[in-house]
Design a protein around this ligand. Structure first.
Ligand code: COA
Length: 374
């Protein structure tokens, strides 16, 4: 018989608790981030999206033929079945975009023709960006946008998301933002995906759980909330005034703070540079000045730095992407990280099933319903 083990008490929110060994990525309190051993700045300066996705999934940079076969595998699986679009359409124009994608991913679990695990994962990775681009169009009765065979992953997503032509630099910056969103060790959604994987459920189940976890404003929803904040402030001169009233009312400022990065988020620093360049080339730097003013005031008041979402949001805005699509764009990229973690979990699986400390009452006596008082 197994001996009873006294449960280990851990901090609230599992803060600072290591619950898995991983070879995929690591964010650290010193503001560093590595993907499979490569510093994020090295990846952002030199690689492309598909290469980064391959690296995160497979643990090494691809050769030319590996990259071609991976890219081709994604292209071949990017077509979304009309039945899935039909289900999305049924949800109607008021449906929340993440609810639409989550429902579509659940439906894919039954509809997708893929039989092998790798095929299912590639299918999800390929289709997530198509679902992201169509999660508002299709429920509002518009025809779906589809990917073009000749385009790379990020260019394809951007052309499906926006009507206007972007410049070469904007497309380059958008690809970097996607690469920065691709993976981030044990954030809330990735932990959720690993918990589902540990039950041996399929990748569609794990991805739909990941999407559910991404919806909230403390995680994936923060990029949309940050943009709403920026739009509501409008004028860089009003940043201090906005913060004063937010603090007075006990409101959190979306796009600031991080469980791991307490000095700076390296991804936010990179995105700030991309934003600066985008607005400089366009000759209207108001949004950049507003972000910079808010960052300065927030640091002065609370010593809390901006996170990736804070600078990704105005980049998406500058590229003409509608605000409700920001979290779906995050999902289109993070699905690759989720699948890497799904596989890593299964390599050495143990059911994720923590214990809890019961602090409720005990020994109560059942009272028949007729005798209960309100
Ligand atoms: N605005 C104002 N205050 C913030 C803040 C923010 N964005 N983020 C953290 N704080 C404050 C908290 O109020 C708390 O103050 P207190 O100790 O006086 O109560 C302190 O900093 C610690 O915050 P807490 O939420 O406990 O830390 P955490 O490690 O759990 O927080 C986040 C991480 C991401 C949940 C938190 O920073 C947050 O809610 N940020 C806004 C949402 C966001 O941008 N999410 C995307 C993350 S990539």
């Amino acid at each position: 018989m197994e001996e009873a083990v006294e449960p280990v008490k851990v901090p609230k929110g599992l803060a600072g608790v290591s619950v898995a060994d991983t070879r995929i990525s690591k964010s650290d309190t010193d503001g560093s981030l590595v993907y499979r051993g490569y510093p994020i700045s090295e990846i952002a300066s030199n690689a492309g999206f598909e290469e980064t996705a391959y690296l995160v999934l497979n643990g090494m940079l691809p050769t030319m033929s590996q990259l071609e076969s991976f890219t081709d595998g994604l292209h071949r699986r990017a077509e979304v079945e009309p039945k899935v679009f039909g289900i999305m359409r049924e949800l109607g124009p008021e449906a929340h975009p993440i609810d639409v994608i989550r429902t579509a991913v659940s439906a894919l679990g039954s509809i997708d023709a893929e039989r092998e695990l790798l095929g299912k994962q590639l299918s999800l990775e390929a289709k997530m960006s198509v679902l992201a681009a169509n999660c508002r169009r299709v429920p509002s009765g518009q025809a779906p946008k589809t990917p073009r065979k000749a385009l790379r992953f990020s260019d394809n997503l951007l052309q499906m998301l926006t009507a206007r032509e972007s410049t070469e630099y904007e497309r380059w910056a958008f690809e970097r933002v996607l690469m920065l969103y691709l993976e981030h060790d044990l954030n809330a959604s990735t932990f959720t995906v690993r918990a589902v994987a540990s039950t041996l459920a399929d990748p569609y189940a794990a991805a739909s759980a990941g999407l559910a976890s991404l919806k909230g404003p403390l995680h994936g929803g923060a990029n949309e909330a940050a943009m709403e904040t920026l739009l509501s402030i409008g004028d860089p001169a009003k940043a201090g005034e906005f913060l004063t009233s937010a603090f007075k009312e006990g409101r959190k400022v979306m796009g600031f703070g991080h469980r791991v990065y307490k000095q700076f988020d390296p991804r936010a620093r990179l995105c700030k540079e991309y934003l600066r360049e985008i607005v400089a080339r366009r000759g209207d730097d108001r949004i950049y000045r507003l972000c910079d003013a808010l960052e300065t005031e927030m640091w002065r008041a609370k010593r809390i730095p901006p996170n990736l979402d804070f600078y990704a949001a105005p980049i998406f805005y500058s590229l003409g992407i509608e605000v409700p699509l920001y979290t779906p764009v995050f999902a289109a990229s993070r699905i690759f990280g989720w699948m890497a973690h799904y596989n890593e979990q299964l390599e050495d699986n143990k059911l994720i099933r923590p214990d809890s400390t019961y602090v409720g009452p005990s020994g109560l006596k059942y009272v028949p319903i007729k005798d209960r008082r309100n």
